[in-house]
Design a protein around this ligand. Structure first.
Ligand SMILES: C[S@@+](CC[C@H](N)C(=O)[O-])C[C@H]1O[C@@H](n2cnc3c(N)ncnc32)[C@H](O)[C@@H]1O
Length: 276
């Protein structure tokens, strides 16, 4: 068997990640190494730095610089009604289940700047369930959470979001949910009345409630198998019996510790239901 050789750069990346964990308590040790390496290289290039050791010196001596690096290290790309068929399936298959509950707790793990959470709040409002819901929206990164709490997004994005909203089965005119001011769309404050935005790190933190629905989309793809298993363990123990788990298009529960304790609710859209 040929064992792949570690390059000098791989060793430097590993040492940087260890230092970050020891110094700042952020644990990236079980992230997929190739994506991590690419993000570090791009950050070094964008900042005009000469080496990983120069980067290491900067981030260990300056909290603000570390926060900037953190934003560069994680992929925060998101959108409202991303993969609209997911929301359509949620509307058609999950909403009828949720209607039978008197109170609904939903956890959006890795919510980034909140677009998927506002999308869910809109969907639940249209289905007459929002008043019965409490949505916990968490991310590792405090900076993206600040954007999420404000609920103000670029007006330029609204044309595309309107198209996705319609594809997702939206029932109204999308512009009813925001006020346009200069180049921004300010989302109606009632949409975040039942949302709690908070920092939570899937790599180190534990469960904080029991949920009827957990949505974690496009987050696990950046983790290695060990961390994916940890997070699936966490989700399994945070879901109530018959709770719903929603993953991203490229994610699945196959080969995870509790795969046999879920059934597929909508296979194509990665919607699962805990069965025991
Ligand atoms: C690509 S975005 C996905 C956003 C949204 N879920 C979506 O599908 O559009 C990935 C998010 O996961 C967050 N993230 C990465 N590692 C995390 C961790 N260990 N704990 C919590 N969130 C994490 C990142 O900060 C980023 O906001």
């Amino acid at each position: 068997m040929i064992v792949p050789q570690q390059t000098f750069e791989d060793i430097e990346v590993q040492s940087l990640i260890e230092e970050i964990y020891t110094f700042w308590g952020h644990d990236f040790r079980n992230y997929a190494p190739s994506s991590l390496k690419r993000r570090i290289q791009s950050f070094i290039y964008a900042e005009g730095l000469s080496s990983i050791s120069q980067l290491q010196k900067n981030i260990l001596s300056d909290r603000l610089y570390f926060n900037k690096f953190l934003l560069g290290l994680t992929v925060n790309v998101t959108s409202m009604f991303r993969d609209p068929n997911f929301y359509l399936a949620f509307r058609n298959e999950v909403i009828p289940i949720l209607r039978t509950y008197p109170f609904i707790r939903i956890w959006h793990a890795g919510c980034s700047s909140g677009e998927e959470v506002y999308s869910m709040a809109i969907l639940l409002t249209e289905e007459g369930l929002y008043q019965r819901c409490r949505i916990y929206a968490t991310d590792l990164n405090e900076q993206v959470l600040q954007t999420a709490r404000r609920g103000i997004f670029s007006l330029k994005l609204m044309q595309n979001y309107t198209r996705l909203y319609i594809q997702a089965g939206g029932k109204k005119s999308f512009s009813e949910y925001y006020t346009a001011a200069y180049d921004h769309a300010i989302f109606s404050p009632y949409l975040r009345e039942n949302i709690i935005f908070a920092q939570h790190n899937l790599a180190i933190d534990n469960s904080f409630n029991e949920f009827h629905v957990i949505i974690c989309r496009n987050v696990l793809i950046y983790f290695n198998q060990t961390l994916q298993s940890r997070v699936h363990e966490l989700f399994y123990h945070s879901l109530c019996s018959f709770g719903i788990l929603g993953l991203g298009k490229q994610e699945s529960i196959s080969f995870t510790p509790h795969e046999h304790e879920y059934k597929e609710l909508v296979k194509r859209e990665k919607l699962y239901r805990r069965v025991n």
